[in-house]
Structure formats: C-alpha cells, structure tokens
Design a protein around this ligand. Sequence first.
Ligand code: SF4
Ligand code: SF4
Length: 388
Amino acid sequence: MNAARARRLWGATRAFVDPHQVGYVIVYVTNRCNFRCNFCFYGEEIEKGHKPDELTLDEHRRIAEKAGPLLQLSIGGGEPFLRRDLAAIVSAYIQATGVAYVSIPTNGWYTDRIESVVHDLAGGHPDTTFRIILSIEALGEEHDEVRSAPGSFARLRATHDRIGPLRARYQNLVLDQNATFTARTERTLLDTLRGLDQAFEFDNLSVTYARGSVPDPTLKQVSNESYVAINEYLKARTRLREGRRLSPVVRSIYDLTREHLIRTVVNDEFVSPCVAGSKFAVISETGEVRPCEILPHRFGNLRDFDYDLHAVLRAAEARRTREWIVESKCRCSFECALTANVVWNPRHYPALAAATAGNALRTWGRPSRVEQSGEAGVAARPRTPPRS
Ligand code: SF4
Ligand code: SF4
C-alpha cells in the first residue's frame, strides 16, 4: 500500500471512529435550478435566484482544508451541474478530506456537462467512488408533467445512455436513480421502478419521502401502504454486482435505512438517537451550517468561523441543538440522516452484518454490469422502450 492510500485509510478510520470528527457532510453548491418542481423542499430558496454571496471555489477549498477526513460527501442544490466549477469544488474536498464516497444528484438535463464532470472526477480520483443519481419520477411524458419540465425525460434518457457505459471505463462510478414519494406518484411509482428495471441500467433504485416545506403541501399526504409495497420491491429486485468499494456493505446500509424509515414513519417508532449535528452536517450554498435539512436550527456561518466546520460544530448553539435532538428523541424521514444513524450507531451493526452477508450472497457469482455489458457498456444492450 502506498503512502497516499495509507493516509486515506487512516482518515476514513478516523472519520468513522472519532466522535469529534464529522463523517458525512452535505454541501449545497448552489440554490439555482432550471426546474420548478412542486415537491421540491428547496423551492423557496430556488425562487430567490442567484445569490451573490454563494460560496466561491476558493471558499470551498478553505472549508475542505479544515474539515478533516470525511467518509461521505453528498452534493446538494439546486441543480449542482449549474455550477461550472463543480468538478473543481468536488476535487477540492477529495484532495483535502480523502473522502471515499461522493454522491451527486441531478435532474439530468445537462448531459454534456455531466459527462465532462464524470470524466474529470472518476478519471482524476480513482480511489473515490462517485454515485451519480438521476432523479426520475415516472416514465416518459408523465415524468415531464410531474417535474413541470417538458422534454426532461428525453434528456434523462440521453444522460443515462451517455453515463452508463462509462462504468466500463471507471470502476469507481455508480449510476443510480431516485424518485420522490409524493401523493402524485405514490400509485404509479411501483410500475415506474419496474419499468426502470426493464428499460434502464441503473445500479440501484431508490425512493425518498418528500420532506420539508414544499410548494404544494398536499403532495406530502401519502399512504404508508404504498411505501411499504415499494420497499418490498426494492428489497427483492435482482441486483448485479457493482464496482463500488464494499458495495454489499453500502447496499445493506441503504436497506437498513429503508427499514428504519418504515419503523419511524409507519410505526411511529423511535429507532435510535440522530447523529445530525455531530457525525452529520449540512452546509448551505452561502456557508450556513445546519444539523440537517429538516430542523430550522442554524449553527452559524462558516465565514464567521474562518471556514472552520469544527469551530461551528463546537459553538454553543450546535451543542444545545445536539442535546435537544437526543433528549427530544427527534425523528423524521430524512433518509441521509437515517443512513448516518445506521453507520454511526453500533447497536445496528449486528443487523448490518446480517444484511451484508445476505447481499454478498445474492450477488455472489453474478456478473457486474461491466462484465455483462462488455466494453461497449450498457448502450450496446437491447432495451425495452419506456412507456409513455
Ligand atoms: S427537486 Fe431538484 S430539479 Fe426540482 S426544483 Fe428542486 S432542485 Fe430543481
Ligand atoms: S431526526 Fe430528522 S429532524 Fe431530527 S435532527 Fe435528525 S434529521 Fe434532523
């Protein structure tokens, strides 16, 4: 093992075990978006348009340099690919924090730009796994209507077809899909997922609850039964091996996260204390640090703390909020925090180990997408056309 790899491994271990080191950070790179989805929890911020005080690339570099080692970096927005310096921002975090896993969600509109960023990142950082997540709510024109964005499904298809084959070149690239579970889509989502399994080549499918304050609050009135049925489908679907490091473990973390979400939302059960504000934090596009995307609490702005995330998390407001989160048994459906709660709570490790063994067995001997697709990648495989 070379010195750089050893340093990264040490950093990942520290991010995992050191209670004073944040391990999972969501970094919003912009509030701008070319869409106006009526289920978007960031709708109010998006309506404000370009913020002149958006963090610059240089400011992101300064934050990254003081953040310490990270395990997971998720990029948020807005539409992240509207930032033309997105690859440079993400690279800055990788170089400074050695982060092992990076997720970038996108509405898939900017195909060329997404491809270019994937080449820069996956090619430039072979020790980091990149997860590009295409937001798909339905198939064909139904998706365009749900997203209020004519032509968006065709763009997604083009992006999928362009990025999918790159997995043959970059073993550290994962291509996933995500849909938002709303009153508008809950009855059709199961068919959508089945259609995606037939007509697309995603490594993983996922469904997240609509959260926060959305432009159309009626969309949050969903039935639990539909979500449970969707969860059963996601659990049972056939999955190929993927290139992501420790993928059986990572998939098990997501499987357990969905189970915890059902226990929390459907059974109204408190599963375990939330690590938001300690192992998990959110940085807004203007440098505000928050424990999560749900609570209104703000710990402070990084600009007032010399870009030092640890200093913000040590401040009195952060300490008070953490205590309140634990004492109040705060619980919600925010999947990212639920994921962090699985990773950083040892009481979940026996279940995690069992799920990992199950996932490893299920994919044992299966070809990876790359092996199955050959050098030509997924574009060469026959597909069922998507339903309109
Ligand atoms: S849900 Fe995504 S694509 Fe839609 S408005 Fe919000 S950030 Fe943009
Ligand atoms: S349970 Fe939800 S609302 Fe409470 S701190 Fe965690 S992520 Fe935030």
